[in-house]
Design a protein around this ligand. Structure first.
Ligand code: PLP
Length: 431
């Protein structure tokens, strides 16, 4: 059962409502949001965020699972402040994310440091105890931490070889990806751990990819993780914690086929873990999951102003005032975002259009059915944009990054200011 606030209502994304034709996000009219903060703006709906968090926490507590939010999906100091008030833990994968989390008041013991190639500074932060545990992705960083001599609680990220059905760019296990320690290196890793007792081995980790809807892929990953856990146990390295990753797919449009039942999936994972532990005769480790997208994506809506509309020979383009710089996901891996006319409704018939940005690329944001009379000055809402948009945004064309706004129950406040042009040029040498 999907929590109501995280459900689509026909064409309307979670948290969206229409009153007198105008779209409200977080209970606030989009034209008010646009006039206060400008466009493009990324609006985070507080109720939807609360609902996604509750959905995970409620499903996880039944099985005593830990839930860590994967900060790479979207992290800002003020967002961390909100997350710190929930039972969530937090994954960070760089010094930048760690410092953001520290400034937002997330305690070290609730944080896990990830990253597939950690810098000296990041390893030093782990050694200094600025995170509760570190997930090691390769033998070189394991050796570097061993040499540091500090007591460091850690897990090993392994490549379980499970290839999920998702875009190749967001697949993170299997032979075609760089992530995790390969099976052939398990014994070497165990040797380093065995000879450096200050490295406190907690267990294993695997994350197979993102935007995955198949329960079978998650279960296959769990199955293989247990196989690895039994090997480490045989080397006197019992696995007390097993992190089975994130990657939970979210619904990106009214089409109900793309729903993932989180409670049902966690039940299935709990059942699989119990069975595997019994079959292999090893104690049941504590299980952790680390959703990023599924926590934050549904809460996000990108608000754009239509700049122009053009008909080419066979296609119609609606050009908005953002694009690949604030949302590279469609260009990177063909991500789908549902777009609707937000500032009004129209009795005009719908037509298929390509919604694109104003950058010097064919930056198709999405395809949508929009009323024929959509015109410059209208606002469009591009939905499900909370994850991997702002966190992947660039200054391409020297555009400034959008404002990020938190809206809940009709009130709103800034989480991040819109960049100014001065922000964009601030690192240029200009003597
Ligand atoms: C190690 C790890 N954990 C969790 C996640 C979160 O994935 P998602 O946002 O799809 O839940 C990622 C994302 O790539 C990841 O690399």
């Amino acid at each position: 059962m999907v929590a109501t606030a995280v459900r689509w209502h026909g064409e309307l994304a979670p948290g969206h409502e229409r009153r007198d034709g105008t779209l409200y996000v977080g209970g606030v009219r989009v034209d008010e949001l646009a006039s206060v903060y400008g466009t493009p703006a990324l609006i985070l709906d507080g109720h939807v965020l609360d609902a996604t968090i509750s959905e995970f926490i409620e499903a996880a507590v039944r099985h005593n699972f830990d839930v860590a939010y994967a900060g790479k999906a979207f992290l800002l100091i003020e967002l961390v402040r909100l997350l710190a008030q929930t039972p969530l833990q937090l994954d960070v994968c760089s010094l930048g994310e760690l410092i953001t989390a520290e400034r937002g008041g997330m305690p070290a013991h609730r944080m896990t440091l990830h990253g597939c190639a950690k810098t000296e500074d990041e390893l030093a932060a782990a050694a200094a105890g600025r995170v509760g545990r570190t997930v090691i992705d390769n033998l070189d960083e394991l050796a570097a931490l061993a040499a540091a001599g500090a007591r460091i609680p850690l897990l090993l990220r392994i490549n379980t070889g499970v290839e999920a059905h998702t875009h190749a760019f967001v697949q993170t296990a299997g032979d075609a990806t760089k992530f995790g320690i390969a099976e052939r290196d398990f014994a070497t890793a165990a040797g380093i751990l065995g000879s450096h007792p200050q490295l406190q081995f907690l267990g294993l980790h695997s994350h197979i990819g993102s935007q995955i809807y198949e329960t079978g892929a998650f279960l296959a990953n769990v199955h293989r993780l247990f196989g690895a856990a039994a090997r480490f146990a045989s080397w006197n390295l019992p696995v007390r914690e097993l992190i089975v990753g994130g990657g939970f797919g979210v619904q990106t449009g009214p089409d109900a086929d793309t729903q993932l039942d989180i409670a049902g999936l966690l039940n299935a994972i709990a059942q699989e873990t119990g069975e595997r532990a019994r079959t292999l005769g090893i104690p049941l480790p504590r299980i952790g999951i680390e959703p990023g997208r599924a926590i934050i994506a549904p809460a996000g809506t990108s608000l754009y102003r239509v700049m122009t509309k053009k008909r080419q020979a066979s296609r119609t383009f609606v050009v908005v005032d953002g694009g690949i710089a604030d949302n590279p996901r469609p260009a990177l891996y063909d991500a789908y975002h549902h777009a609707i006319l937000a500032s009004r409704t129209s009795d005009e018939e719908g037509e298929r259009v390509i919604v694109c940005g104003r950058s010097c690329e064919n930056d198709r944001l999405t395809e949508a059915i929009l009323p024929r009379d959509v015109r410059a000055g209208d606002f469009l809402a591009v939905c499900t944009t909370g994850a991997y948009t702002y966190s992947m945004a660039s200054n391409y064309n020297r555009f400034s990054k959008p404002a990020v706004v938190y809206a809940k129950d009709g009130s709103h406040r800034l989480l991040a200011r819109r960049e100014t042009i001065e922000d964009v040029v601030r690192n240029d040498v200009d003597v």
